[in-house]
Design a protein around this ligand. Sequence first.
Ligand SMILES: Nc1nc2c(ncn2[C@@H]2O[C@H](COP(=O)(O)OP(=O)(O)OP(=O)(O)O)[C@@H](O)[C@H]2O)c(=O)[nH]1
Ligand SMILES: [Mg+2]
Length: 202
Amino acid sequence: MIKKASFLISNTDYKKCPPPTMPEFAFIGRSNVGKSSLVNMLTGNKNLAKISGKPGKTQLINHFLIDDIWYLVDLPGYGFAKVSKGIKSTWEKMISDYLTNRENLVAVCVLIDSRLDPQKIDLEFITWCGENEIPFILIFTKSDKQSKTKTLGNVRKFLDSAKEIFGDEPDYFITSSQNGEGKVELVSFIENEVQEYYDSHR
Ligand SMILES: Nc1nc2c(ncn2[C@@H]2O[C@H](COP(=O)(O)OP(=O)(O)OP(=O)(O)O)[C@@H](O)[C@H]2O)c(=O)[nH]1
Ligand SMILES: [Mg+2]
C-alpha cells in the first residue's frame, strides 16, 4: 500500500519534469473519466489532485512522488470537445511529446469509463500507444455507478475490441474511487513493476 504521497511539480514541457531517476506511471484518459479521483483514492489523500465536475480540470503534466521510490503522473484528459482546436493540438503535442520521450515511463494507465460501450477515442489512443511502443494497462473507472453485470459486460466489450487490435488482452483493473474497488490490486501491480524496474536497473 502507498504510505507517502506528495505533489512535486506541474509542467507543460516534458523536458522540465523531474530527473528520470525513478520508475514512472502516467494516468491518462478522457476528460472527466476520473483520473484525479483515482490518484486521490490510491494515495488515500482526498486533496492531492484537483477534482472537478467540469471536464478539462487538469491541464498540466502533474508529478507526484510516491513512497520516495516512484512517480505518479496525472495528465490532462483527451477528447474534451469544449476547448478550441488550437488548444487541443497544443495539449496533444504536450502529451505525445511527454509519452514518447519520457525514458523512465514504465506504463501508461489508460482510464476507461466502465459505464460506456467502447469509445472510438480510447481505442484510437491505445492504438497510438501500440504504434509508438508505449506499454499501457487499462483501468476501468466508476464501477460503483452501475450493476456488476453491466460493468463486466462493458469491460468484456472493450477487451474484445483491444484484442482485435493487438491480438491479445492488455492487463486491466476495475476500479471505483467512490468505494475503493481495485485499489489493492492496482497498487500491488504497480509496486511489483517498481521492484522489477529497480532489479533491472541495478
Ligand atoms: N461515482 C463515482 N464518481 C467518480 C468516480 N471517479 C470520479 N468520479 C467523479 O467524476 C468527476 C470527474 O472526476 P475527475 O477525477 O476530476 O476526472 P479527471 O479525469 O481527472 O478529469 P479532467 O482532469 O477534467 O480530465 C468528478 O465529479 C468525480 O467526483 C468514481 O469512481 N465513482
Ligand atoms: Mg483531472
